[in-house]
Design a binder for this molecule. Structure first.
Ligand code: SME
Length: 162
């Protein structure tokens, strides 16, 4: 199997971006649009075992739409706590190849072996993030990061506003 070079976007990611854009355009509102995005990611990418969006609410991340085999008990996470909180605090994508080797990890599912968390920005500020858990070790790489960063840009306008 050949590995894509850094600048290449796998065809599956390009296709998915088009489908996601269309789904957002057709959705009845921001909440259903964001739900469609997580549903599409989970359906189209089998290694994406659990997909969720957290939105920033003050000093916390609050779980928004998600799709996966089980609900997580971590529906509110303080910024700075866990892998999710670390990505929100730094504004940097976190790729964790082995969650059991990362002391920051907040366990949700016994099956999770790796995780990627991608911040969602609006106007230079972190307003949320996309969290994907995988059941395989080392399930996510830089191509997933770039893809999910594009997804994050599509999610930014869908954030709940008070
Ligand atoms: N594992 C995350 C918590 C969220 S669950 O994966 C859904 C973390 O370490 O922040």
């Amino acid at each position: 199997m050949s590995h894509p070079v850094a600048e290449e976007r796998p065809a599956a990611h390009g296709d998915a971006l088009n489908v996601v854009r269309a789904a957002i355009a057709e959705a009845a509102g921001p909440e259903s649009a964001a739900q469609r995005v997580v549903d599409l990611l989970r359906d189209r990418f089998p290694p994406y075992d659990w997909v969720g969006v957290y939105w920033v609410d003050g000093g916390d991340l609050v779980l928004g739409p998600w799709n996966g085999p089980q609900a997580t008990e971590h529906t509110r996470i303080a910024i700075g706590t866990g892998i999710c909180g670390a990505a929100a605090a730094s504004g940097r994508t976190e790729i964790v190849p082995d969650v059991n080797a990362d002391p920051r990890y907040l366990a949700c599912f016994a099956s999770t072996r790796s995780e990627i968390v991608v911040p969602i920005f609006d106007g230079g500020e972190v307003v949320g993030e996309v969290d994907v858990d995988g059941s395989d070790l080392d399930a996510f790489d830089a191509t997933d990061a770039r893809f999910l960063e594009e997804i994050a840009a599509l999610l930014a306008p869908l954030r709940p506003r008070s």
